[in-house]
Design a protein around this ligand. Structure first.
Ligand code: NAD
Ligand code: 89V
Length: 343
């Protein structure tokens, strides 16, 4: 079977990981790239040996010759680019956060559905191998019926040096980072019905909130806490680890700093090292995220080939994005917000 041909739009900070992922992927390769910044186009084009280069997405689509597009731009351009891809009938991956607003996200899902093209949101954190190991343990029944969970990401890592735009937006940590943790909560505990959130800005040099705490009511009756901070100065910096606490009727699961997965139940007490692989192109401490990029991209290829809906399709990710919107509304209005206000 011949390789699927991909085009990538947005050759910035994170796209380099995606280009490495595509280089390693089985069954796909990137044949064209696009960035409105010629300098980024040259850096990425030269590093990955891509000859077809465009500064305009319209020109890229007009020339065609690819089977899917991977949109790695920042959020403002997601809707116009996804709609452009849909107009050309091209299956599309779009980076998180899905869109600037829920209306935009719904319009993007509708445009792809009308054009009958798959849309996957690049929501890669649930593809991290430690998170998948935790999910497998929960699904095995080792801790019994889950009734409570916590998804936690607390750090003081300087994300602003690599991604300066994160310091300038009115929205910061919920939209950029908690979005991943909220998606993990859905992945582990099921869809949520309501959220109660509190936010704070501790760092005076940024515009948005850098601390957020969310209480989620899940449809199956599980309660979870999702807490994220970029203002937490720990003795050993855990970036970019997501930590888990899950309580079940028979025992407990803990994913703790250093990638230790501990399962405690009446018949066993087991601690496993679930540190992700360090791929040849990856670097500490980002290897956790970098491995998940490769895994979600391989999932996309498998789904395109088999005609299956990707796990984090646009349709699915509306639920995660609704949690983001509901969290901001809850914090602003100091009340519990039901997701049906957005869905
Ligand atoms: P960046 O600003 O470094 O890169 C974005 C690039 O897109 C820039 O080079 C810019 O010139 C280009 N661009 C923007 N609009 C364009 C358009 N209309 N046409 C062509 N090129 C355009 O940003 P980044 O840090 O790489 O983030 C990109 C996206 O990736 C964001 O949505 C961010 O939230 C997401 N991200 C995801 C993860 C993850 O783990 N999933 C990690 C970091 C960033
Ligand atoms: O995953 C992300 O979206 C990144 C980071 C982990 C640095 O917050 O922006």
């Amino acid at each position: 079977m011949s390789d699927l041909k991909g085009a990538l739009i947005g050759c910035g900070f994170f796209a380099v990981n995606q280009m490495h992922g595509w280089r390693d992927a089985e069954g796909a390769r990137v044949v064209a790239i696009c960035d409105r910044d010629p300098k980024r186009l040259k850096v990425v084009g030269d590093e990955f040996g891509v000859a077809r280069r465009y500064t305009s997405a319209e020109d890229l689509f007009a020339d065609g010759g690819f089977d899917f597009v991977d949109i790695a731009t920042t959020v403002a351009s997601h809707r116009p680019l996804v709609e452009l891809a849909a107009r050309h009938g091209i299956p599309t991956i779009c980076q998180k956060p899905f869109a600037p607003t829920m209306d935009d996200a719904k319009a993007m899902v509708a445009a792809c559905a009308r054009a009958n093209v798959p849309l996957m949101i690049h929501e890669n954190f649930r593809w991290q191998s430690p998170i998948r190991a935790a999910k497998a343990a929960i699904d095995s029944g080792a801790i019994g019926e889950v009734f409570w969970g916590r998804v936690s990401f607390r750090s003081a890592y300087d994300v602003f040096s690599g991604q300066p735009y994160l310091a300038t937006g009115k929205r910061f940590i919920i939209e950029d980072l908690c979005i991943h943790a909220l998606d993990i909560a859905r992945f582990l505990f099921g869809d949520a019905m309501a959220v109660t959130a509190r936010t704070r800005r501790v760092n005076p040099d940024i515009a948005g909130e850098d601390v957020a705490t969310m209480l989620l009511d899940h449809q199956g009756g599980i309660t979870s806490v999702v807490d994220c901070s970029y203002a937490t100065k720990l003795p050993i910096e855990p970036f970019p680890e997501t930590l888990l606490e899950v309580d079940g009727s028979k025992g407990t699961l803990r994913l703790s700093q250093g990638y230790h997965l501990c399962i405690h139940s009446p018949d066993r007490m087991e601690v496993t090292d679930v540190e992700p692989r360090l791929l040849p192109w990856a670097s500490l401490p980002w290897h956790n995220i970098q491995e998940s990029v490769s895994l979600i991209q391989q999932h996309w290829i498998d789904c395109l080939r088999s005609g299956r809906e990707p796990d984090t399709s646009g349709r699915d990710n509306l639920q995660t994005f609704a949690l983001v919107e509901a969290s901001y509304r809850s914090a602003a209005e100091a009340r519990t917000v039901r997701l049906k206000e957005f869905l």
